[in-house]
Design a protein around this ligand. Structure first.
Ligand code: NAI
Length: 248
């Protein structure tokens, strides 16, 4: 639908779920793709899938919580492709528990990965995009950033932080033709939601006007749109992909 020929995209957390679907969708739209994550075996499978479809992809082993690994990963992308046009900050984790008993390490690990990791990637990406005077940054937040959710104070804070980060960076870099947006997925069928108890799933489904879970491809499609030339007048926006669960 949208043409990303000539663009280079880096997606974090690209080994599975929404990140994998996004890597495949960006490649189908014509982008050369750097797929970043910690699991090198799964990354190799994503790269092979893109290559077998006629696309070009690179596996970038990277823990987004580690500044040195992030820097090395971006350098690897520049060495291979010589440019970077699109960054998708998708890597994310949960360490659920009620706030009153939340361990400091569970708070810090989630904030470090979901929020600080995004900033570390944005800093590396901007060094290139500011020179190129073109860029698209898309941060994967969550509907719980807008609604709140019991048992996820760390995760909700990180995802709400990502929305603030999106808006702040959007203002900083707009003059260089770089847009910064967020997508806020609702209840999407991936490894992250699979372990939820059946009763919790049933309760969530009952509250979703479209009456079903979302598919990772539906989130990927929203990301491809925000990465496109056609979305060039949209910045600082949060695009909901939630089946109507929350209407901003
Ligand atoms: P997932 O658990 O299948 O995928 C998460 C990805 O992030 C994996 O590839 C994992 O390897 C990677 N990752 C985790 N920590 C990392 C680190 N330190 N460095 C590099 N990569 C790391 O989950 P899913 O559902 O595909 O999630 C993708 C994003 O979407 C996450 O940010 C999640 O919070 C968000 N999201 C998911 C929703 C859902 O219902 N599944 C709803 C709203 C947001």
């Amino acid at each position: 639908m949208f043409n990303l020929d000539g663009k280079v995209a880096l997606i974090t957390g690209a080994s599975q779920g929404i990140g994998r679907a996004t890597a495949l969708a960006l490649a189908r739209a014509g982008a050369r793709v750097a797929a970043a994550a910690r699991n090198t075996e799964k990354l190799a499978a994503v790269v092979a899938e893109i290559s077998s479809g006629g696309g070009e992809a690179l596996a970038v082993p990277m823990d987004v919580a580690d500044a040195a690994q992030v820097k090395a990963g971006f350098q690897q992308v520049l060495n291979r492709f010589g440019r970077l046009d699109i960054l998708v900050n998708n890597a994310g984790i949960t360490r659920d528990g009620l706030a009153v008993r939340m361990k400091p390490e569970d708070w810090e690990t989630v904030l470090r990965t979901n929020l600080t990791g995004a900033l570390l990637c944005i800093q590396q990406a901007l060094a290139v995009m500011l020179r190129q005077r073109w860029g698209r940054i898309i941060n994967v937040s969550s509907v719980v950033a807008q609604m709140g959710n019991a048992g996820q104070a760390n995760y909700v804070a990180s995802k709400a932080g990502l929305i603030g980060l999106t808006k702040a960076i959007a203002v900083e870099v707009a003059s260089r033709n770089i847009t910064v947006n967020a997508v806020a997925p609702g209840f999407i069928a991936t490894a992250m939601t699979e372990p939820l108890p059946e009763a919790v799933k049933a309760d969530l489904l009952a509250r979703i006007p479209l009456g079903r879970m979302g598919d990772d491809i539906e989130v990927a499609a929203a990301i491809v749109f925000l990465a496109s030339e056609e979305a060039g007048y949209i910045t600082g926006h949060v695009l909901d992909v939630n089946g109507g669960l929350y209407m901003a």
